[in-house]
Ligand binder design. Structure first.
Ligand code: C2E
Ligand code: MG
Length: 510
């Protein structure tokens, strides 16, 4: 019996191999000899053999490996369909394997090819059963025309395909990303429809959470704006349109400013001062953030140098390090060079490493963090609590501080249970010798609670919003020199002077 199964298996495999070989052979043959012959026949106005024409058509319309229809097939058949049934509603769904590059890199190109074959099989299964028109538009872009516009039905197709794709392997996840375009005008060029899907796909940010986006005109406008911003970025850097704002961090025992976080703003022509949320995610998706960070770090070092040169006591500055830098150690050399160039002691700098870049980072991240530490930088995990990282992160990396995320504080500071979580987290961090900073402190109540449960430092609108350098210098001067050293009266912060509660609190302290 086993012998019989083996023989059947071998014969099957041999058949499949010959079939593929034949297809390759026919593809190559017809793309060379037969096409030459066809050209010769046409030149001599001889009739073409109908068998040759059929084979040529098959070759011209089929992807030789997956045997799905190709882009020419897709364009011709879609046109035919729209002409035959012009009154139907149609939707184009296009998808690709989002992590095919990673799969090729980690498991080899043969595995990558197999995943593409699997995608083709999945599409064929759904497409044939549902009678969609489907094709392999490019090597890693598949498309299908679905009749109708019902969102429920369209998403059921997306979900089924997503699940089929994910069934490929237990060793890794096949991530797909879908762009969906409701066709409003069937005479629109098909490639424009495909482009609309591809544009929508670009807005799939985290395919593990949500792997589809519907095309819309706003999306297109957003895309154009993003493109424009990316193109303008370098010029804006040269023209110093990116501004460094500083937000003080205040010691909860002495109420002195002990450091400041550098936060970028873009002075954008016609739009005013833009928040980093309007451009940092975009620049992170294109690696442009590297240049921006380099610029900001240099601004920080120049500022510290200016303080020193003007005999102003320098305030240590916390700089944001985008996770994009964690791909290699180049940025550490750059930081070292900046410190040498501006003659700045590394203990004047705090590097904020976002939790999202560290969690699941593995050995490479650990190596980078260790190198940074060896080079003498003070390291802080930024946005701690935003990713539910395991607490052993605190023990396993040579870090000095954690900055508890604003959302974590907001979620927990209102309830007893939440406060217990905060208290526990702070106790754990202190147990392993870390300084705790809490971000997003907006009220006196929060300040008092945090002080009680052991947070060392606070940052938030309660103390000050991020301000430009000139304002920071004034704020720093007033806080350090007048209020917190002499303890005579509370400083006249623009944001806080009307806060009677705070004044009462401060008077009580003095
Ligand atoms: P982040 O590093 O978590 O910075 C803290 C953010 O919280 C800042 O937003 C700050 O203005 C805001 N914030 C501080 N206190 C309060 C508060 O009491 N209430 C509220 N509602 N918000 C508060 P911002 O300046 O808009 O920066 C947003 C994010 O952009 C930063 O989050 C950081 O991840 C990123 N970013 C800013 N500058 C840079 C930069 O130069 N390089 C990189 N890579 N990222 C930057
Ligand atoms: Mg930060």
């Amino acid at each position: 019996m086993i012998f019989f199964i083996i023989i059947v298996g071998l014969v099957g495999a041999l058949g499949y191999f010959i079939y593929n070989l034949d297809l390759y052979k026919s593809y190559n043959d017809y793309n060379t000899k037969e096409i030459d012959k066809l050209e010769e026949d046409l030149k001599n106005e001889r009739t073409i053999n109908s068998e040759t024409l059929k084979k040529l058509n098959t070759v011209a319309y089929t992807n030789p490996i997956t045997k799905l229809g190709n882009i020419d097939y897709f364009m011709d058949e879609t046109k035919k369909l729209f002409e035959e049934e012009p009154d139907e509603d149609y939707t184009l769904i296009a998808f690709n394997i989002q992590n095919i590059g990673k799969i090729n890199q980690l498991f080899g190109p043969t595995e990558g090819d197999n995943v593409v074959l699997h995608a083709a099989r999945s599409l064929r299964k759904v497409g044939q059963r549902e009678r969609h028109l489907f094709a392999q538009i490019y090597s890693n872009l598949f498309g299908m025309i679905v009749k109708g516009k019902s969102e429920e039905y369209i998403l059921s197709q997306v979900t089924e395909l997503t699940n089929l794709l994910q069934d490929y392997s237990e060793n890794f996840t096949v991530l797909s990303s879908f762009g969906i375009y409701h066709i409003t005008n069937t005479s629109q060029p098909i490639m424009e429809m495909v482009n609309a899907c591809m544009l929508a796909q670009k807005f799939v940010k985290d395919p593990e959470k949500c792997n589809y986006v519907f095309y819309s005109e706003e999306l297109e406008a957003n895309f154009k704006q993003n493109k424009q911003m990316s193109q303008e970025m370098e010029e804006a850097l040269e023209q110093h349109k990116f501004l460094m704002y500083l937000q003080p961090m205040v010691d909860l025992k002495t109420f002195r400013i002990v450091s400041a976080e550098a936060l970028v703003r873009w002075d954008y022509p016609g739009k005013g001062i833009l928040s980093p949320y309007a451009f940092i995610p975009l620049f992170e998706s294109t690696n442009l953030v590297q240049k921006l960070d380099y610029y900001m770090w240099e601004e920080c070092l120049k500022t510290i140098r200016r303080w020193i040169d003007n005999k102003i006591k320098p305030t240590p500055i916390a700089m944001n390090i985008s996770p994009i830098h964690f791909q290699n150690t180049k940025f550490i050399d750059h930081l070292d060079e900046l410190c040498e160039h501006y003659l700045i002691d590394k203990n004047m700098l705090i590097l904020e490493l976002p939790e999202r870049g560290i969690t699941n980072g593995g050995a490479q991240i650990k190596e980078i963090i260790t190198t940074l530490k060896e080079h003498g930088y003070t390291l802080c995990i930024d946005n701690f609590g935003s990713m539910n990282s395991p607490l052993n992160l605190l023990r396993d990396y040579p870090i000095d501080r954690i900055k508890i995320d604003r959302s974590f504080l907001n979620q927990n500071s209102d309830t007893e249970e939440g406060m217990s979580i905060l208290r526990y987290l702070i106790a754990m961090a202190k147990e392993v010798g870390l300084m705790v900073i809490t971000e997003g402190v907006e009220t006196l109540e929060q300040t008092n609670l945090l002080s009680e449960i052991g947070s060392d430092v606070a940052q938030g609108y309660f103390f000050s919003k991020p301000v430009d350098l000139r304002e920071f210098d004034q704020l720093n001067h007033s806080m350090v020199q007048r209020v917190y050293q002499s303890n005579e009266y509370y400083p006249t912060f623009e944001d806080l002077e009307k806060d009677l509660d705070l004044i009462a609190f401060m008077l009580g302290e003095s």
